[in-house]
Ligand binder design. Structure first.
Ligand code: SAM
Length: 185
């Protein structure tokens, strides 16, 4: 990763910590996702909940190194504008941002995804996941943020992925807690 991208990520990380309402993943969670995309060789990443694009830049940079791309969905017009500006600054042209309610948008998405990141409304993780599931490849990685901090709002999701025989799922105590799942078949 080049120095100007590292500087931008640092700037956005500080911005998120010092301003209300952006709810970015932690920097170590960003590093973790970056590594996960690289080792899984994911080429088609889907993110639900962009905010100002901090996590998208981590994921998009790794996807670019895999010669892949990312689609990210954000409902807020203001945040979509901020994120689009940040993606330009990051010089990442492999990011497609969609301004829409993810519950409406996911069923319309074309193609398959080999990496899914859930980070919008916690109570809806189960719904995002069920809508995205038919579009996930065998071996797809699914990561869901806030599995410790907001565990009580996402219990149905956590229980569903942990009991599902087609998935292997484990809680990773990084940042706000990440539920990491692998689609086995
Ligand atoms: C936790 S923030 C995302 C943070 C971002 N992933 C990061 O780490 O930089 C959640 C975002 O989901 C968006 N959101 C909420 N409901 C949504 C929905 N139904 N569809 C798409 N985005 C939604 C919010 O506007 C908010 O920006």
């Amino acid at each position: 990763m080049n120095n100007s991208l590292k500087r931008l990520l640092q700037e956005l990380e500080i911005f998120g910590r010092t301003h209300d309402g952006y709810y970015n993943i932690s920097a170590d969670t960003g590093e973790f996702f970056y590594i996960l995309v690289l080792i899984s060789k994911a080429k088609n990443v889907l993110e639900v909940g962009t905010s100002d694009g901090y996590s998208t830049i981590w994921l998009g940079k790794a996807a670019k190194q895999n010669k892949g791309k990312i689609t990210t969905i954000e409902i807020s017009e203001h945040k979509v504008k901020m994120a689009a500006y940040n993606f330009k600054r990051a010089k990442l042209s492999n990011i497609k941002i969609v301004q829409e309610d993810a519950l409406q948008e996911i069923p319309k998405l074309k193609g398959k995804f080999d990496f899914l990141f859930l980070d919008a409304v916690k109570e809806d993780y189960i719904n995002y996941f069920k809508l995205a599931y038919p579009k996930l490849t065998k071996g797809a990685v699914i990561v869901a943020d806030n599995a410790i901090m907001f565990e009580k709002y996402m219990r149905d999701y956590l229980s569903y992925v942990r009991k599902n025989k087609n998935l292997k799922s484990v809680l990773v105590p990084i940042g706000s807690g990440v539920e990491f799942s692998l689609k086995l078949k």
